[in-house]
Design a protein around this ligand. Structure first.
Ligand code: PRX
Length: 572
């Protein structure tokens, strides 16, 4: 597609003049007004004369296709909100969305927000235990799911007295539903023309995204409806979404990219998007982009590296001339991938950096800006960013020195707390800065260069997994006495999970046991959390106070210096 003027005319100019008021003005929102994301993404777009414009083009893995206009979106989200309300779901209740990437997931999310309830999206590949941990923490009232995922919910139902409603969105009546289970079919349910959206204001809770940390259980990052102000304008300026675009975000709404930019940012801009449930192969993906004439594509480094493996020849088999802007998020985007994308698609992937906690893009490469392959780019206008000295937490003024990425906590979509965990939330702030937990350096021209995380969280294929959650699951296996879980380098997924395990007396180290343990974790948690490698050890390196030192094990995997181990109790 011939290049066209981007929404952000010049980064330098924007930095001088930008204010969040620009976003508010475009959304016709004034401080103190009602602001409901569900309404902004559907009703408002219809009011702007785009009722018949396509909002969603959806294709299943079996090739089935469905199309929805913004008016369909408005009616179906009304219908879902009203259905939940009639069941007894109230404002502020947590409603979990536990579905594959089907239309009901996208519409259900907005329906929950219209009702004023809190949307809690969870990755549908999670096993029962991952699900339970997160539903228990949020004392979730309702879960919307598909038949295929029902067994995982039923497995843990007895432990969840607070879960009153299990809504099955694809029930065909062939098997009787059980206690607490209800069927909702958006195709046949009478459409609700008018639903009075909950009059949420800026600080009304909206989305609760669970994210993993180094210690403890996953934490629920609490967002509010005001996040729209950030998500709308970053989708417009960074992803450059424009009126006639067909946008494709490959992320799953179980993770923040799939909601901030796979639902909210795109539809608040009134832009058409396409979604597929189709499994990953380079050919499948190119076919999908070609068929739908995708113009803007937001993906992730693991996917890009997988495409790279198939080479440029696979690209050239397809007509991808509709593409005009490419962006990436979730993990470091290596320089080779950026250079390859220029060769393969005639344009570079624009790296963007942000987190579940930030709710929107914080550091990025912008359309029209010089890209330095391997760099994450520069802070979004309106964001005050720095790197802090790792010891003093003071901003580093010298260029090229590695510190912790930090932001002044004053942008609209910053999280408001962690569910039930104000203490950990507070620990994210120091000297007036929000601490990202990531390390980077800033060069002479103000470009940010990612170095790594400042904690033990593992980033596998762009998904964060917490070592503690995996270690806890491992301990439930009868053969495991103790374990330590770290990330191990991987050429495609960046990191994969590796577990060091000391067995209980009487158990032999062997391949069968290794596979059994791997499978045990996969079933309980998810395939992402499953160790790809297990190393049996006699004991684990510990501090004198008995804390397992994952960093010693990790350093070995990465061939790095081990650092100060003066507190180490035993040598490996
Ligand atoms: O470590 C950083 C990495 O992903 C973390 C955030 O993960 P999550 O909260 O799951 O949100 C992912 C999608 C927004 C960050 O703390 N990360 C994200 N983007 C990048 C990145 N690492 C390097 N480069 C990026 N562009």
């Amino acid at each position: 597609m011939p290049s066209k003027p981007s929404n952000m005319k010049s980064y330098e100019e924007e930095v001088k003049t930008f204010s969040w008021d620009i976003s508010k003005k475009e959304l016709e929102y004034k401080d103190g007004d009602i602001i409901n994301i569900g309404w902004y993404c559907s009703d408002r777009i219809c009011e702007k004369g785009k009722a018949e414009k396509l909002a969603l083009i959806w294709e299943s893995s079996k090739g089935e296709e469905k199309r929805y206009t913004f008016n369909d979106l408005r009616l179906i989200t009304n219908t879902m909100a009203s259905y939940l309300k009639n069941l007894g779901v109230n404002q502020g209740d947590r409603v979990c969305l536990f579905m594959d990437k089907i239309p009901e997931l996208y519409m259900g999310f907005l329906g929950v927000l219209k009702l004023g309830a809190i949307a809690q999206p969870l990755f549908s590949a999670f096993g029962s235990e991952s699900l339970l941990t997160r539903l228990e923490d949020a004392t979730t009232t309702a879960i919307m799911t598909q038949k295929k995922h029902l067994p995982k919910v039923r497995n843990i139902l007895e432990k969840m007295p607070y879960l009153k409603y299990i809504i099955v969105v694809d029930d065909d009546g062939s098997k009787a539903l059980r206690e607490r289970e209800f069927a909702l079919n958006i195709e046949t349910e009478p459409k609700i023309e008018k639903f009075d959206c909950f009059p949420s204001t800026a600080e009304t809770k909206s989305v609760l995204h669970y994210t993993s940390g180094t210690t403890g259980k996953p934490k629920g990052a609490q967002h509010v409806h005001y996040s729209l102000i950030s998500q709308y304008i970053t989708a417009k300026y960074v992803l450059d979404l424009q009126e006639d675009d067909v946008y494709w975000c490959t992320a799953d709404p179980g993770w923040v990219t799939g909601t901030s930019y796979g639902i909210i940012g795109v539809w608040a801009n009134g832009v058409t998007q396409c979604v597929t449930d189709i499994g990953f192969t380079a050919d499948n993906w190119y076919k999908f982009a070609e068929k739908n004439k995708v113009t803007v594509w937001y993906s992730a480094p693991t996917a890009i590296r997988s495409l790279m493996k198939e080479g440029t020849a696979a690209v050239k088999k397809h007509d991808l001339s509709s593409l005009r802007h490419l962006a990436s998020v979730g993990e470091p985007l290596n320089a080779e991938a950026v250079i390859w994308s220029q060769e393969a698609f005639g344009m570079m992937f624009h790296d963007t950096f942000w987190q579940t906690e930030t709710g929107s893009i914080m550091v990025s490469n912008y359309p029209g800006m010089k890209i330095k392959p391997g760099s994450m780019g520069k802070p979004f206008p309106g964001i005050t960013a720095t790197v802090l000295d790792l010891k003093t937490s003071e901003p580093i003024t010298k260029k090229g020195i590695v510190g912790m990425i930090a932001f002044q906590p004053n942008w609209p979509s910053i999280i408001r707390t962690y569910w039930n965990n104000e203490e950990i939330y507070k620990s994210k702030f120091k000297n007036g800065w929000y601490l990202s937990g990531d390390r980077a350096s800033i060069d002479e021209e103000g470009y940010y260069w990612f170095v790594g995380r400042d904690d033990d969280v593992i980033n596998t294929a762009g998904h964060l997994v917490g070592p503690f959650e995996i270690e806890s699951a491992l301990l439930e296996h009868p053969a495991v006495a103790e374990s330590a879980v770290v990330g191990k380098p991987d050429p495609v997924n960046m990191e994969v999970v590796k577990a060091f395990i000391a067995l209980k007396p009487g158990y032999d180290q062997n391949k069968m046991l290794e596979l059994e343990i791997m499978n045990f974790v996969r079933k309980k948690l998810s395939a992402l959390a499953m160790p790809q490698e297990i190393e049996f050890v006699d004991s684990l390196p510990k501090t004198r106070s008995g804390k397992i030192m994952r960093r010693v094990l990790r350093a070995k995997e990465w061939g790095e210096e081990i650092g100060d181990i003066s507190t180490l109790e035993n040598d490996m």
